[in-house]
Ligand binder design. Structure first.
Ligand code: NAP
Length: 341
């Protein structure tokens, strides 16, 4: 391994405030924090953590994390920037770029496919980790390769799409030990001809049988999301707090046998169905519930919000209460989509 330039650690902060590094806006402190604008800084941070036996946590925009406690290790904030268009439709994008800005930029360049994923908070580097998806499109469809810094091998490694082992809101990066892979760059193969996906009801209703341009789909997705989801710049939140549970056909039958009209969507695996966590939570009466300074958003029961100065623990306790009521009522264990630290 090449020795890092000591100046790469110049920006290292000790006992750093993380409030503006998480979209919940909860107060927490990191023992160390390094904002990384170069791969060299990332590499130096990894060595510093290794030499001082510290845990590593990588953050992009902090839009999928809840700090329940202070973090006793090193937080690396990924600020790598740059978008390179290669050939007609291949994009190499640095991990610290904003996801939504990339979606907008690709459309303006006449490159399509990402429009259903508009307004998803977070960075490009976070997108492959949980294989972000919305309105019938998952990002894996457009990912060609992911370049990471493997902290165990202490070198850059390229993951081709198949190595990424993408699944529903999941990938090899999510399953690995936390802090092993630092995503540096994502390579996308986009479409040069529009091929809108309008299968989800809100889009199908809006466009009917009419053709929709990618720009129209983008605008519609932005409008729908803005009407249902809080803007993290105004109200602290981290989007969907829980994953949609995957259950057996017999579970769906038994719920429907009890008189509920729970929606269930077939998955790629035979006999397994995805049930909207939001539906379960709403049926259990959680929409709009307030617990101190933490609450369930009144337009979407899957989104927990910080009403102002909530602690991470307060939000966590509310989430636990929600999950146990769903378990009691429906016999379904919800899992968090948000990373709990
Ligand atoms: P919605 O349209 O009310 O749908 C509720 C759930 O049902 C969604 O989670 C969706 O699963 C599923 N669903 C709906 N139509 C489906 C279909 N035709 N086939 C398969 N599954 C279907 O949901 P919403 O909460 O307003 O979200 C709309 C979209 O934005 C969803 O795709 C959702 O995942 C995405 N979203 C993601 C986040 C996040 O933080 N990750 C936050 C808000 C919304 P899928 O989740 O698998 O699509």
């Amino acid at each position: 391994m090449t020795q890092p330039n000591p100046s790469a650690l110049e920006a290292l902060q000790e006992d750093a405030d993380l409030t503006r590094f998480n979209t919940f806006g909860v107060e927490a402190r990191a023992r160390y924090l390094l904002e990384c604008h170069s791969v060299e800084q990332l590499r130096a941070g990894v060595e510093f953590a290794r030499d001082n036996r510290l845990g590593l946590l990588v953050l992009g925009e902090g839009s999928n994390v809840l700090f329940v406690n202070d973090y006793p290790g090193l937080v690396l904030a990924n600020r790598l920037k740059g978008i390179v268009l290669e050939g007609e439709s291949t994009l190499r994008v640095a991990a610290g770029e904003s996801w939504h800005a990339l979606v907008e930029w690709s459309l303006s360049e006449g490159l399509y496919g990402l429009e259903n994923l508009a307004l998803i908070p977070g960075t490009v580097g976070a997108a492959p980790i949980q294989n972000i998806g919305a309105y019938g499109v998952e990002v894996e469809r457009f990912i060609k390769r992911v370049v990471v810094f493997d902290t165990e091998l202490a070198q850059e490694v390229i993951f081709d799409k198949t190595d990424c082992a993408f699944a529903y809101r999941d990938s090899v990066f999510k399953r690995a030990r936390r802090g092993r892979y630092l995503i540096i760059e994502v390579e996308f193969e986009l479409l040069t001809r529009a091929s809108p996906v309008l299968s989800y009801v809100p889009l199908a209703e809006r466009f009917g049988a009419a053709d929709a341009t990618p720009r129209q789909v983008f605008d519609a997705v932005c409008e729908i999301r803005r009407s249902k989801l809080p803007d993290p710049r105004l109200v602290g939140n981290a989007g969907s707090f829980f994953k949609n549970p995957i259950v057996s056909a017999s579970k769906v039958e038994s719920l429907r046998g009890q008189g509920s009209d729970v929606p269930a969507y077939a998955t790629d695996e035979e006999g397994l169905f995805k049930v909207p966590a939001a539906w379960l939570l709403e049926a259990a009466g959680w929409k709009g519930k307030v617990r101190g300074r933490a609450a369930v958003y009144d337009a979407h029961s899957l989104v927990l919000v910080n009403l102002g100065d909530a602690s991470g623990e307060e939000i966590y306790l509310l989430a636990q209460e929600m999950a146990s009521s769903v378990l009691q009522r429906f016999g379904i264990a919800l899992q968090t989509e948000v990373l709990l630290v």
